[in-house]
Write a protein that binds this ligand. Sequence first.
Ligand code: SF4
Length: 305
Amino acid sequence: MESLPRPRLDLLSQSWRFRRPPWLGMVQSSRGCPYQCEFCSTSAFWGHKFRSRPTDEVVDEVRSLGIRFLFFVDDDIAGTPSNTKILLEKLIPLKIRWASQAGIGIAKDDKLLSLAQRSGCRHLLVGFESVEEKSLEAVHKRQNKPSEYKELIRKIHDYGIVVQAAIVMGLDNDSNEVFQKIDYFLQEAEVDIVQLNILYPYPGTKIRDRLQKEGRITSKDWSNYMLAGVNYLPHKMSQQELYDGYKWLLEKKHLLRGDLEKNFQSPGVGAKRRHHPENESGPAPKLPTDSGHTQYDSTSPGTCE
Ligand code: SF4
């Protein structure tokens, strides 16, 4: 992915409902994922071959943004650990704070976690997806082992990094007991932030093809696919039971809904409790206190203001 054109974020409409906060830069250092998770829409979009951008180009883009707070919009920032380590070494002198998405495998590599922490990582969104091994096997996410989750979360916390857990409900092995199990896991493992999702059989995914063949898709109204509603027939519970369980967890977990902005300034719940001495990489840069336009040229391409 050499010489990738930079995204013209300035072209995004101000009214775009998912626009980023002005103090947060977005950079992509890699695309694709070699895994075959049945529900995954991002690998359907970016493909199954993992590709990294040259690390110097990524660092140049970060520098040019002039923003100290970044989200790397990679599907897995640690997809090729050797390349990620080179990138993180180069990010250390920039004294930024960053967040990204990563597979839980990142927690098995201490060198990677240490470099992530030293380069300013404060927040990782990890796709745990399910606390049921059978559910994970059924959707071909075999790289995740629920029996390892707690220990691996603890390791990420050891480096002062907040863990945001992405969970999917309504997989074929999920019965209406799954909501209690998720609740127990989130509390026991001291997850800082949770992203709860009902399964969405998006077009292009393997799970949509399968559910379509099985006659289980119940809605093609795309407005129902915006993180609300159940658009297929679950296997071991009714649509209503799935929706009610999801709502029950959402309400129960309101205290766990953290804030990316605050995490850049100080570690979250679990991470704070296990703050590692090696984490003291200097004070966090201050977030803008006004509209956030202070740290970069608001007219240049590469910003959305
Ligand atoms: S869910 Fe994550 S690990 Fe699975 S294919 Fe998608 S990006 Fe890869």
